[in-house]
Write a protein that binds this ligand. Structure first.
Ligand code: XIL
Length: 363
């Protein structure tokens, strides 16, 4: 009997290994990694370092499918600088070593965010705001990984049209409160000085869908990008997180296409950085829900990949077994079922979303 990769994947976790053809004549369906690279695009995934260390099937799936890895948590400041004097790069180093061993790239996420900060940092920023708290950290971290990373999310989620400012900036971020918008300039300049070549991204949430709020995020983001460019801030690209909610927020091809074109016209590269699809409020029937989720994934990525300046897509996780969706009160099913918003289900079997993504990548 000829085994295909699909048989391996459908048979479940235990059969994920081996991942090589059973015989020379066997034809394996392409992986996301293969399909993406064939088309000159990237596919990647956010990684849980704990699962990577403890779950072989998860590691095998990442190795097989992802061309880029990003840490889901361990490259955030909370992990890297737990006390003012202690730095812990072990989690990031572990993912980087795995990536290097498997010919994968790694992204850095993230250098300045209003969340993911160690407890000691906030009072310091409030009481004694010295900009070196930001710039020294960035210099140290980016220097450590100089020449080794695909790109950095320098700042994350800096826009918040609901924060009550006329300019739509996230005014209640501890960074903004301490230094004003200038913290963004400082962060990009320090990162650029520490690594002259690594692409530097501004990563933003809620910019992708067809709702009033998202429209505000888009216009504020574009105005910000224009200011950054006018001030000669070394920004390379814009990260669109892409946390979609299939049955809550309306999506429109035209709206996404127009926003992408605005970014492209400003000379920016674009990555979809945190793609996943919450299925809360979808049909009770799992097959129906999966079909709609997959259709949305295909539409979204078809639009994204039609733009030459879009470099690819990373999903926020790769299997529903380790997804942040059920940890989020907005995306969690009240009956406890797992959201199905990633290309592989909780038993590492490809979902219809996988097939949709593969087809968007041209596989
Ligand atoms: C999330 C992780 O998935 C969680 O495990 C962690 O507890 C909190 O952060 N946007 C981002 C990511 O930019 O960093 C967030 O990751 C998800 C939303």
């Amino acid at each position: 009997m000829m085994l295909t990769r699909r048989d391996f994947l459908h048979a479940g976790a235990a059969s994920l290994l081996p991942l090589t053809p059973a015989s020379a004549t066997e034809t394996l369906p392409p992986t996301l990694r293969q399909a993406a690279s064939k088309r000159g695009l990237a596919y990647g995934a956010a990684v849980s370092v704990d699962a990577l260390a403890s779950d072989q099937n998860y590691a095998a799936l990442l190795k097989e499918q992802a061309g880029i890895l990003v840490a889901e948590g361990v490259t955030k400041r909370k992990s890297i600088q737990p006390t003012p004097t202690r730095y812990d790069f072990s989690g990031t180093d572990q993912i980087l070593a795995f990536a290097q061993a498997n010919g994968q790239l790694m992204r850095g996420h993230t250098l300045a965010w209003h969340q993911g900060n160690p407890d000691w940092l906030l009072p310091v920023l409030e009481n004694n705001p010295d900009e070196r708290i930001l710039t020294d950290y960035i210099t140290k971290v980016v220097t450590r990984y100089r020449g080794k990373f695909h790109s950095w999310d320098v700042v994350n989620e800096v826009v918040d049209p609901g924060a009550g400012r006329a300019d739509g900036m996230r005014g209640d971020s501890p960074w903004f409160k301490a230094f004003g918008e200038r913290y963004i300039d400082l962060a990009f300049h320090s990162a650029r000085e520490a690594d002259p070549d690594v692409p530097l991204f501004l990563n933003e949430l809620d910019a992708e869908v067809d709702i009033y709020w998202s429209e505000a995020v888009r216009s504020v983001s574009l105005a910000l990008v224009d200011r950054l460019i006018a001030r000669k801030v070394p920004i390379t690209g814009f990260g669109i997180q892409g946390h979609l909610k299939a049955f809550k927020f309306h999506y429109s091809d035209e709206v996404l296409s127009r926003f992408l074109d605005e970014l492209g016209a400003r000379g920016l590269k674009v990555l979809i950085t945190e793609f996943d699809i919450a299925d809360i409020k979808g049909p009770d029937d799992q097959a129906k829900r999966d079909t709609e989720v997959a259709a949305l994934a295909k539409r979204f990525l078809d639009v994204a990949f039609s733009k030459p300046f879009v470099q690819g897509c990373l999903t926020w996780g790769i299997t529903d077994r380790y997804s942040w969706l059920p940890t989020h009160p907005m995306y969690r099913w009240p009956d406890g079922r797992l959201p199905r918003g990633l290309p592989f289900d909780e038993n590492y079997r490809p979902t219809p979303m996988f097939q949709a993504m593969l087809s968007a990548y041209g596989g």
